[in-house]
Design a protein around this ligand. Structure first.
Ligand code: TXD
Length: 319
């Protein structure tokens, strides 16, 4: 039985998600957008490429939640992106309203869906989405860590001039300036990066610059694009999560997941390594963190908490 993925938001990321899902023949695709024409136009345009790329999936566009019912996966990008000079947090007010609308739209029509939220400010928006929708916490997850980790790995591959496949690393914590690059578990062609620093292969200052560039990875692209933000890599990351769910791959992926005591954190969403399989977020992996990583992770959690308190002030329904 063909699976069904609904994309709520058919903008830059939504359209790219649809194209990648179609090329991989992961599922039939419903593009949903309040701008119905964008959803319908992109669905038709991608469908017209099927004879070229030889994929067979149904694509449709709509602004009616009825057309999205019984989705297996819902990926949400509905919201506004940053403009140059804006922080991800600046989007809180407007995107909180949008995510409340989306939550009401999906909770009745797809109560069993695996819901991947991409809209910024990610950690707080995904938490609000879960509360507004009341969907199970292990079926509502945020996409950020895969993107941040991918940016970090790419920058390291450029620095060491080796293929990305030979680098292992990941980034945890909030999807913002407080994100934590896990240097203690970063391997460059099998060698610990901390040893490469000790051996003088890379200076600590240079490594710190690469970590900073990763934190600002989104802002760097916003500056170039001027209108809109990154969308190819965010979409690739969202598809990796959807595929692990639909094919029960049980991949270990850094995602914004609900913490219920793990990492000494309760009742909060933040970026941690999780196993994604057919039951959704099947396990939160508790890593042994270095003291530095523990301290930075704690700081990152505090910044998510602070922003969620700001969200609570905007909407009492989040209390
Ligand atoms: O790592 C991450 N999580 C981030 C997330 C990486 C990059 C971008 N990040 C955020 O994703 C970005 O800050 C935005 O909040 C979202 C979507 O970014 P995108 O670049 O796709 O924005 P667009 O192109 O403006 O598309 C948003 C679409 C647009 O077509 C609107 O008409 C639609 O959302 N929209 C809605 N759809 C459904 N329902 C409602 N209420 C709605 N409001 C707007």
């Amino acid at each position: 039985m063909k699976k069904k993925i609904t994309l709520i938001g058919a903008g830059q990321i939504g359209g790219t998600l649809a194209h990648l899902i179609a090329l991989k023949e992961l599922a039939d695709i419903v593009l949903f957008d309040v701008a119905k024409g964008i959803a319908k136009g992109k669905a038709l345009d991608i469908a017209q490429s099927s004879p070229i790329n030889k994929f067979n999936v149904n694509l449709s566009g709509t602004d009616n939640y009825e057309d999205t019912k019984n989705s297996d996966v819902i990926i949400i990008t509905a919201g506004v992106p940053r403009k140059p000079g804006m922080t991800r947090d600046d989007l809180l007010g407007i995107n909180l309203k949008i995510i409340k609308q989306v939550a009401n739209g999906i909770k009745k029509t797809s109560p069993n869906a695996f819901v991947i939220c991409i809209t910024n400010p990610l950690d707080v928006i995904v938490m609000a989405l879960q509360r507004y929708s009341g969907l199970p916490k292990n079926k509502v997850v945020g996409m950020a860590g895969i993107l941040d980790s991918s940016r970090f790995i790419y920058f390291l591959s450029q620095e060491f001039k080796i293929p990305v496949q030979k680098i292992k690393s990941f980034v945890l914590g909030g999807h913002g300036d407080s994100m934590v690059a896990m240097l203690g578990s970063t391997l460059i062609d099998g060698k610990a990066i901390t040893d490469l620093v000790k051996d003088g292969k890379i200076k600590q200052e240079r490594l710190n610059e690469i970590v900073e560039r990763t934190k600002k990875g989104g802002a760097e692209i916003v500056k170039y694009l001027e209108k809109g933000s990154a969308f190819y890599a965010p979409a690739a990351a969202g598809v990796e999560m959807a595929e692990s769910f639909l094919k029960d791959l049980k991949k270990q992926l850094p995602c914004a997941a609900y913490l219920n005591g793990e990492y000494e954190t309760k009742d909060l969403y933040a970026g941690v390594p999780v196993i994604i399989g057919s039951k959704g977020v099947e396990k939160v992996i508790e890593l042994k963190l270095t003291n530095d990583e523990k301290m930075n992770f704690k700081k990152s959690i505090e910044s998510v908490k602070e922003l969620f308190n700001a969200a609570r002030k905007i909407d009492k329904d989040l209390n």
